[in-house]
Design a binder for this molecule. Structure first.
Ligand code: EPU
Length: 419
């Protein structure tokens, strides 16, 4: 079992380059199943979830080859199976995108129910409602979700909750359906737009992605043949922005889209941190008197839930009492118990955490209870006095490319140890 060992209190300084967006890549790679020819995907993050997806596509019969560690060539012409095996899908939540992609391709899909990060009940009723509205039958048997349709037909679907996964899954199923599908109350996240742009580059007809009404005119086939580059990862960028601020460092975060960072940038400025924006970079300069803030996570363009645990560390260090209200997930506070072990003063009440600032955290053995909680532990370790050992690194590896190398490049003292 591996752990990360962090010796804290070293300000981060310098510049780093952000990788491609995990939550776009985990949808775009399954989306390649819909294409009847080759495609090249660039700026793919080199993370565990992507390697798992590559194996899943190969097991379905696709030709998948790495041109380099961030460029993948996929040809799905030879895909001959609509069944994704449990051994491969169990570790990743985003395996549900195989449902929409295989349904769109074969009008049939059988995929084990997804695993992934555990922070509460994670229903897929909106995905199912959408597939059914398009004419599919959905059954769950022995942990496998089976979807099939005589014909997939366009329809109008109103999402009861704003769901990234359901919005993307329905775009995938609808891209080759008969007629036009209209998704109302759609998610507006940049990765939703990225998946639509990828499919359009391959021949689909999707309009409105990035607004709450998306119109997908089904096409007979997607010819492919194009190269597509994935957008930068706004959550990785945000994690480094917070790490720079928390360590009172000075870091230029490059290869990003500053507009995607607006909700975080505004909060950092409110907390007294200096943020300078360029065309594709943001520089964050920490301060000595961090001010309290109240944060509520919401679907995009609101404050991202995936930055909630990292930013909680910053609030632990701010003067006064701050709050975080989780507006997306039922339960995302497992990290709080770990931070308390490091001297943080956090009280969780329902979906809200009340945080009393403290001038100093102290190093301790802690667990990464999920991917973003793991990122929070790393940031806490970077600021804490003494040594922090972070267990369950496997969660962090699911979603951050070269985290240790990038942090070391900024001056952090972090090493991976086989325990
Ligand atoms: N929801 C339903 N029914 C559904 C789907 C969702 O009630 O059918 C609810 C969920 O329970 C939740 C809310 O809707 O309360 C939002 O869920 P959403 O479907 O948007 O989440 P997701 O697609 O499963 C993606 C990211 C998550 C991120 C959320 C919210 C991927 C692979 N995952 O999950 O990212 O937290 O959107 O932005 O894209 C992460 O990267 O660490 C991560 C967990």
């Amino acid at each position: 079992m591996e752990k990360l060992v962090v010796n804290g209190q070293k300000p981060l300084n310098g510049e780093i380059y952000i990788s491609g967006a995990k939550n776009a890549a985990v949808a775009i790679i399954p989306a390649a199943l819909l294409i009847d020819g080759p495609c090249r995907i660039e700026n793919v993050p080199d993370i565990k979830d992507i390697r798992t997806l590559k194996d899943i596509l190969a097991s379905l019969g696709a030709e998948v080859q790495y041109e380099d560690k961030n460029t993948i060539d996929i040809n799905s012409q030879s895909v001959n199976s609509y069944t994704a095996p449990y051994e491969l899908v169990k570790s990743m939540r985003a395996s549900y995108y195989l449902l929409g992609a295989l349904l769109g391709k074969f009008k049939r899909a059988e995929v084990s129910l997804p695993g992934g990060c555990d922070f509460g009940f994670r229903p897929i009723d909106q995905h199912i409602k959408g597939f059914e509205a398009m004419g599919a039958k959905v059954e769950i048997e022995h942990g496998v979700i089976k979807v099939y349709a005589e014909e997939l037909t366009g329809c109008q679907i109103y999402m009861d909750v704003v769901s990234v996964g359901a919005t993307i899954n329905l775009m995938l199923a609808a891209a080759r359906a008969k007629g036009t599908t209209i998704i109302e109350n759609a998610a507006k996240e940049p990765h939703v737009v990225d998946v639509a742009n990828f499919l359009n580059a391959m021949g689909a007809n999707i309009k409105g992605a990035g607004t709450d009404v998306i119109k997908i005119k089904g096409v007979d086939s997607l010819a492919g043949g194009a190269t597509y580059s994935i957008i930068p990862d706004m959550i990785e960028a945000g994690t480094f922005m917070v790490a720079a601020a928390a360590t009172k460092g000075d870091v230029a975060i490059r290869n990003i889209i500053p507009k995607h960072m607006e909700s975080l940038t505004a909060k950092l400025i409110e907390m007294n941190i200096k943020v300078i924006e360029g065309e594709d970079w943001i520089r964050v300069i920490g301060c000595d008197n961090l001010q309290k803030a109240n944060i509520k996570t919401l679907p995009y363009p609101g404050f991202p839930t995936d930055l909630h645990p990292p930013v909680a560390v910053l609030l632990c260090l701010a003067e006064g009492t701050s709050t975080i209200t989780e507006g997306v997930w039922d339960s995302r506070f497992q990290y709080a118990e770990e931070l308390k072990r490091m001297g943080a003063h956090i009280k969780v009440e329902g979906r809200m955490a009340v945080i009393e600032g403290t001038p100093q955290l102290s190093g301790a053995p802690v667990r990464a209870t999920d991917l973003r909680a793991g990122a929070a532990m790393v940031i806490a370790g970077l600021v804490a006095q003494g040594t922090t050992e972070i267990y369950d690194v496997k969660y962090i590896d699911r979603g951050y490319e070269d985290l240790e190398a990038k942090l070391k490049g900024l001056g952090a003292d972090i090493t991976r140890v086989d325990d």
